[in-house]
Design a binder for this molecule. Structure first.
Ligand SMILES: *Cc1c(COP(=O)(O)O)cnc(C)c1O
Length: 386
């Protein structure tokens, strides 16, 4: 009997009981780490499932199968980083084509789009993806891809996914969605009609700030073939050791997402009532402009929130005083991470572009970890009081 055959089990259960829960050769309950770079073939006419480890590796395959199943896809691909997954996916485009992309996209994706794709003849238009009319106006005859990141980073804008998918279908465009902030626990874009889901698995999927990795998932055989060709040709694959670390981290993903999101909700509500805080960005707040859309398309609001203090001096005081969160780039870990988007995730973005997107000098982003909520609030409280 194997659990994964019953698709009615919840994701929480399927995270632990999937196709690779035990090793068929010896029953091991942890996926073996296969370091081999090449595989013996039995003869000219009988090549096995693996030949060379760039093209396929059993440990990486276990991760790729698992993420495909969790995202309701048919094929998954593991890459050396989130940016490797995103850049390999962008390579589906050809010179002369155009893409429409979320304006407050991750800084690395912004840099890739503006400084590398442009050199290869792939043009782009940044849009407020929450504004359907603006997206419609940006679509050109040569637009072939719409790239969404939702919730967006760091002001947590919510894209109405199904409306964008509908628009893309009418215009023969591929849709790609960066699901890093939500994970399949909270949001499953393929079920909403998106063509390709990408992740920085470095964040919530890995969950422990100890591995850099990227994932992509599709549910269409033609796209699967195309992405596998790109993964194998560009070679930005995830190694077996890191694949194992992601598989290990994923086992607790549901529990971590649930606990951290619950805590983030409480902290967001507390921050709203603090005199020193000018603004709180969190899709779980009823007055957040994306609250209803998020409620409709996701199972929760996630564990990341941003808040704005008066100025950079107030930020400096807070980061000097705060004790629990690490002050660092990245997000989505067991420990809470406080970051400063203007000089971290969005440093690659020119200052004028940053200001336009609400990434002011007073803005801080908090990725809520697994500490006791009351302790985090007490710590933020003493730090805010300076
Ligand atoms: C971190 C991040 C990326 C890039 O992923 P890496 O693993 O750092 O290459 C892409 N998108 C989002 C939303 C991210 O947070």
């Amino acid at each position: 009997m194997s659990v994964q055959q019953d698709v009615n089990y919840s994701l929480q259960t399927r995270l632990l009981h999937h196709k690779h829960k035990t090793d068929p050769t010896n029953g091991a309950v942890s996926v073996p780490i296969q370091h081999a770079s090449t595989f013996h073939q039995n003869g000219l006419e009988s090549f096995g499932p693996y030949d060379y480890a760039r093209s396929g590796n059993p440990t990486r395959q276990a991760l790729e199968d698992t993420i495909a199943e969790l995202e309701s896809g048919t094929a998954g691909f593991a890459f050396a980083s989130g940016m490797a997954a995103i850049s390999s996916t962008f390579m589906m485009l050809s010179a002369g084509e155009h893409l429409v992309i979320t304006e407050d996209v991750y800084g690395g994706t912004f840099r890739l789009t503006t400084e590398i794709l442009t050199r290869h003849g792939i043009d782009h238009t940044f849009v407020d993806m929450t504004n359907i009319q603006e997206v419609k106006n940006a679509i050109l005859p040569n637009t072939k891809m719409i790239f969404m990141e939702t919730p967006s980073n760091p002001t947590m804008k919510i894209t109405p996914i199904q409306e964008i998918v509908q628009l893309a279908k009418e215009n023969d465009c591929l849709t790609v969605l960066d699901n890093t902030f939500m994970t399949p626990v909270l949001q499953r874009p393929l079920d909403l009609g998106v063509d390709v889901v990408v992740h920085s698995a470095t964040k919530f999927i890995g969950g422990h700030s100890d591995v850099v990795a990227g994932l992509a998932v599709v549910k269409d055989d033609f796209l699967a073939e195309k992405l596998h060709f790109l993964q194998n040709s560009l070679g930005a694959i995830l190694g077996p050791q890191d694949s194992w670390l992601i598989l290990r981290g994923m086992k607790t993903m549901h529990t971590r997402m649930e606990a951290s999101s619950k805590s983030a909700n409480i902290i967001a509500r507390w921050l709203v009532n603090q005199a020193e805080v000018r603004k709180v960005y969190y899709p779980g707040l009823p007055n957040h402009p994306g609250f209803d859309v998020n409620h409709r398309q996701a199972n929760g609001s996630g564990a990341v929130l941003s808040f704005e203090l008066a100025d950079i001096a107030a930020v400096e005081t807070l980061i000097k005083k705060v004790e629990i969160p690490v002050f660092a780039v990245s997000l989505g870990a067991v420990e809470s991470i406080l970051s400063y988007p203007a000089k971290m995730s969005h440093e690659a973005m020119p200052a004028v572009e940053r200001e336009k997107r609400g990434i002011t000098d007073g803005l801080l982003r908090l990725s809520v970890g697994l500490e006791k909520t009351e302790d985090l609030i007490a710590d933020l409280d003493q730090a805010l009081r300076g």
